[in-house]
Design a protein. Sequence first.
Length: 364
Amino acid sequence: MSINYYDLSLDPSIFEKLNEYLHTVPLTDFSIRLKTEERFKNYFNCKKAILVNSGTTALYLSMLAIKQLLNKDITDNDISIIGPAYGHPAWIQAARLAGYKLQFCDVKENTLSMNPDMLINSINDTTKVVLFINKAGYIGEDLFKVKDICNKHNLFLIEDSCNALGHRYNDIYAGTIGDFGTFSFSNPKTITCGEGGLVISNRDDVNGILDDLQYEGGWYNYHRNKDKTFINMGGNFNLCPQNCFIVNEQIGLIEDYLHKQLDIYNKYVSKSISLINFGNNYKYCPSINITINKNANKMHDLYNKMNIRTLYKHYKNMSKFFTSNRYPVADRLEEEVLMLPKSFNLTDKDINAIASIYKTYNKG
């Protein structure tokens, strides 16, 4: 027996359509990107959506856009961003590249996301941005508390929703609460094209800024329309047309994928496996099948011996690499979080095998 952690097999018809597309348009076709961005604007009912080459790039461009809104240059390093101590290094690397000072905030065990009460004590005179990660797809009351704190202190809020595409709380989509929402299309996200990202916003003042950052500081508009001076900052961060096509073909499948995630989640729960749960007002289920257990390392080792792929210490207390301040919940989660397989191809036999090992360390 061999069980992968994740194995989203795209419908073969998507590749058949891709092959046809590649034989009918230039490899540099921009129209598919514009079409897909428009579909995301409609999906989220937002004012702006740009497709970029990764989720990290989506974070990076959001941070650069905020610097422009603050009339700061990328070389100005006198402002800081607060993010969760526990997680993936993407937001940290994006912030460092964008010239921000790093601040950290501990998380809550029941959400894996930023603790609003701790956030209040972390804000200082240099703080201008808060980065909230919808960990495992979390969207709920704590996020709205963070939004209220940001409003009170006149701070920008970036919502990193890379694991929360389509997730809703009281019919409000993850990614639409902050000034910017970012998403990733890498594996194993809700939809994937191998690698890609998305930035959305409902702000009225970021339309041109995001366009310029996405593609060569406005060179496309200058070259085609001669309607602006080519002086703005930007790079070539576009998502390639082929990946745009693959993403576009999956937008209509988001709900189907979320239902499949829910089906796997419920099968785990039916076997008495304790997984994180975000409450009744949360649409669907966490996007990652996470169990928190003091024996997580031993469980991980045994799963590996049985050729069952789990993720252990995939997320870490990233703060320890940058500050001597301690964040106890982040420390504990690094040691106790285990991510169980989430492949749509999991069979009942697979679930039973996973549950059997789980029960070895969770008797009674």
